[in-house]
Design a protein around this ligand. Structure first.
Ligand code: FES
Length: 288
């Protein structure tokens, strides 16, 4: 059993909640870009969620969870001091950072919760970090202060202009790339994008003509996170990969986004039915 040490909602809409979980073994090995799988109780489904932070001395791991399905909504009701049944990890490969000097990290919505620890770790390693965080509106903006501390340059934008700049992340990414060119500044040697598939698809098209290596994280389409269910299958460079064991990071310029978006739509449509379905492999249901 794993104790919920602390808990706090991250935005006005109370749609994303941060949990600090006592899990010393996970905390000892966790790195930015990896994920864990939690299960609330014996009957509960297994839900993958990205590692948002860890404290090796305290033996705790932080996760930020959006209330998107039955289980994640139930998790939001768990109180400090309560316990959850399983908290397994860290899983997946850590985000590659070696040799990087200047990076632009782009997060869309709850994707900022996944992008934040990556930016934080890079910033701590002395990498120049520009962070672009995109949200629909002011009430769902998260991590305002944390992102400031984890970046050298921060742009928060909202679709409706109710907080920060008005506009989409694609516009500001292009603007920052052009700024580097026009002002004779070093160009980004990597862009890391995490958020809705459609956003990542268009961000990849922004960087492609400039030849900037672009990495996306595919956590959102995971199902059981073990490499067994095939739910996170993605085509990269013409080859079949599994986000949970081969990723979650992949080269955005090689990813078949159309297939990815089609599969995500399928799972979304199936969500209600899946909540009733008992999986033969995991013993759980399909969506968090
Ligand atoms: S999530 Fe099931 S194979 Fe990756």
């Amino acid at each position: 059993m794993y104790k919920v040490v602390s808990k706090r909602f991250l935005n006005e809409a109370r749609s994303i909640c941060l949990f600090e979980i006592e899990a010393p073994l996970v905390a000892r090995h966790a790195q930015a870009g990896q994920f864990v799988i939690f299960r609330l109780d014996e009957q509960g489904e297994r839900v993958p969620v990205s590692v948002a932070g860890y404290d090796r001395e305290k033996g705790t791991v932080t996760v930020m969870v959006q209330a998107a399905g039955r289980t994640t909504r139930m998790l939001h009701t768990v109180a400090e001091g309560d316990y959850i049944l399983d908290f397994v990890g860290p899983l997946g490969r850590a985000t590659e950072m070696d040799g990087l000097k200047k990076v632009c990290v782009v997060g869309g919505g709850v994707g900022c919760a996944i992008a934040y620890p990556i930016a934080k770790e890079m910033h701590a390693r002395g990498i120049d970090v520009t962070f672009i965080g995109g949200f629909r509106s002011a009430d769902i903006v998260i991590l305002k202060e944390e992102l400031k501390e984890a970046s050298d340059r921060l742009i928060i934008c909202t679709d409706d202009g109710s907080y920060g700049e008005k506009g989409f992340t694609t516009v500001f990414l292009k603007q920052e790339i052009e700024r580097n060119i026009n002002e004779g500044l070093p160009q980004f040697d990597r862009v890391i994008a995490i958020g809705p598939d459609i956003m990542m698809k268009f961000l990849a098209e922004v960087t492609r003509p400039y030849g900037i290596r672009t990495i996306i994280s595919l956590d959102p389409i995971m199902v059981d996170g073990t490499g067994m269910c095939g739910g996170c299958r993605v085509i990269v460079g013409g080859e079949t990969k599994f986000a949970c064991v081969d990723g979650p990071d992949f080269d955005a310029h090689q990813v078949d986004f159309d297939l990815l978006i089609k599969r995500a739509a399928f799972y979304k449509d199936e969500q209600d039915a899946a909540a009733q379905h008992i999986c033969q492999i995991t013993g759980g249901t399909r969506h968090g």
